[in-house]
Design a protein around this ligand. Structure first.
Ligand code: GLC
Length: 495
């Protein structure tokens, strides 16, 4: 049987992005659509945020109005519009409801998360379930991503028991990040039309955890690397959900993310100063000089350039790099850091940039082109994450010939081989402790090998550029297998 798949996600490149979730949803949907086993197009449901432009007439595939229960509407129900747009290799289904999504940001502003997020994403999930319930070609599997999609599991369990079109639909839940939960305390339960004691998946005496709802309610649950799947089962890294994840047994698995190798390709990337490939890397030097010049650094300076690109959140270990920066600068290194997100985390980097002009540059806006220039132009790429379900920056850095320096955690441990402990086989530099000393020590190892130059460094870069992260090779078929298992579980065939 060929499978019909619909995804439910709060982010999807290029329409709405704060982090790797957006890249993964876009790339996975496209990769799945190319498989014979998928009866395409894959559908991707996404809220229609303010920043999403009106689709061009050529891309607009249709529009439908769907009426759903809305605990906040005086009449008890409300209408949303589902706008179908041709995506690159899949069908984008924008759920339009200005009161919920026509806002400056996706999840919240400087004051914190929007107080009505449970309502916003609950309504979104309701609209998805109503749409698939009445679809001509309903999906076989609904693939939920992160907490924003978790309330679909709540509504399937509590509201659609008598309706086979939704009741029998198989769910796969992907956890991209265990830290973001959509926690909804009892006083906010009415936003979801719930009451204390409803017994919804993810519900406890204090409220409902919408990520837990998806984990508990979906037939198959995965996170985005085998390493993080193992860590998430432990009290140390399970963020309070380790018990629930363990209880899912072998229905909780790790599937390593891929990388869209067409979107991330230094031999075709239009944003970088010169293209290059592993066979001819001369363009990388051009990219390096261009990056340094753009950042106010001396393009002729041969000192090692450390790049970092990430969401500016505690998870990513920006504090470790800030603390390591003086020692790295003392060693003559140059730092180029791009991150947007929490303003407090930017403060030390602004101070460092002011104190070290021409040696450290900090870019605090989300700039896609600049990020690409850093991946291409830096000599090494830092990813000192405190935890990392998968991570994408290290994969891009590898592909762009920029050896990553990573902490041994989650997906970073699964994707980067340490050159110091595996000389001649490594692809980057790995350190253990979440400390600035450990980061500096790993940078020292990288700087030493780079200074030696010659075949050892060239080999390291070659091996990194050759790693195959193609979605089509491993991850997309692994998701198809997960979908088939989910269908079997839902129909009672896999108990
Ligand atoms: C989240 C995780 C990151 C992962 C990404 C895509 O952003 O923090 O590790 O790569 O989701 O799955």
């Amino acid at each position: 049987m060929r499978l019909r798949v619909a995804m439910v996600a709060a982010e999807c490149e290029p329409w709405a992005k704060t982090g790797g979730l957006a890249d993964v949803v876009d790339a996975l949907a496209r990769a799945l659509g190319r498989l014979d086993e998928i009866d395409g197009p894959v559908e991707v449901f996404l809220p229609r945020y303010r920043a999403i432009p009106a689709p061009s007439p050529g891309a607009l595939l249709g529009e439908a109005v769907v009426r759903v229960p809305d605990p906040r509407a005086p009449a008890g129900t409300t209408e949303l519009t589902v706008i179908d747009v041709a995506g690159d290799g899949y069908r984008l289904r924008l759920v339009d409801h200005p009161a919920a999504f026509d806002r400056v940001h996706l999840y919240g502003d400087a004051a914190g998360d929007y107080a009505d997020n449970a309502w916003r994403f609950g309504l979104f999930c309701r609209a998805v379930l109503e749409t698939v319930r009445t679809a001509d070609r309903p999906p076989d599997v609904l693939h939920l991503h992160d907490w924003h999609a978790g309330s679909a599991a709540v509504f399937r369990a509590l509201r659609y028991g008598g309706d086979p079109a939704v009741r029998d639909l198989a769910f796969v839940m992907t956890v991209h990040n265990l830290a973001y939960r959509g926690w909804t305390p009892n006083r906010a339960l009415p936003q979801l039309g719930l009451r204390v004691g409803d017994g919804a998946p993810g519900q406890n005496p204090d409220g409902i955890d919408l990520l837990a709802a998806g984990i508990e309610g979906a037939e198959i649950v995965n996170t985005v690397s085998p390493g993080f799947a193992a860590e998430a089962r432990t009290p140390a890294l399970g963020m309070g959900l380790d018990g629930l994840l363990r209880s899912r047994g072998d229905r909780f698995i790790g599937i390593l993310n891929g990388l869209d190798t067409a979107l991330w390709d230094p031999s075709t990337d239009p944003a970088i100063a010169a293209t290059y490939s592993s066979g001819d890397r001369s363009g990388k030097a051009v990219c390096r000089a261009d990056l340094l010049a753009r950042c106010g650094l001396d393009p002729a300076d041969d000192a090692p350039v450390v790049g970092m690109v990430a969401r500016l959140v505690p998870q990513k270990g920006f504090d470790l790099l800030a603390a390591a920066a003086p020692a790295l600068l003392d060693r003559g290194a140059r730092l180029i850091v791009l991150g947007s997100g929490q303003p407090a985390l930017a403060v030390p980097f602004r101070a460092l940039a002011d104190a070290s002009p021409g040696r450290l540059a900090f870019v605090d806006i989300f700039d896609r082109a600049m990020a690409r220039r850093i991946y291409a132009g830096a000599d090494v790429f830092a990813m000192p994450s405190r935890y990392e379900p998968c991570g994408q920056g290290q994969m891009i850095a590898l592909r762009y010939g920029t050896p990553p320096i990573v902490r041994r955690t989650g997906g970073l441990a699964d994707t980067v081989v340490d050159e110091t402990s595996h000389p001649g086989d490594g692809t980057g530099f790995v350190f253990e402790e979440p400390s600035s000393e450990a980061l500096v020590e790993a940078c020292d190892r990288a700087f030493r090998l780079r200074a030696q130059g010659g075949s050892a460094w060239r080999g390291l870069v070659d091996r990194g550029m050759a790693v195959d992260f193609d979605w089509a090779t491993g991850p997309a078929p692994a998701y198809v297998a997960a979908y088939r298992r989910a269908i079997a579980v839902r129909s009672g065939g896999d108990v």
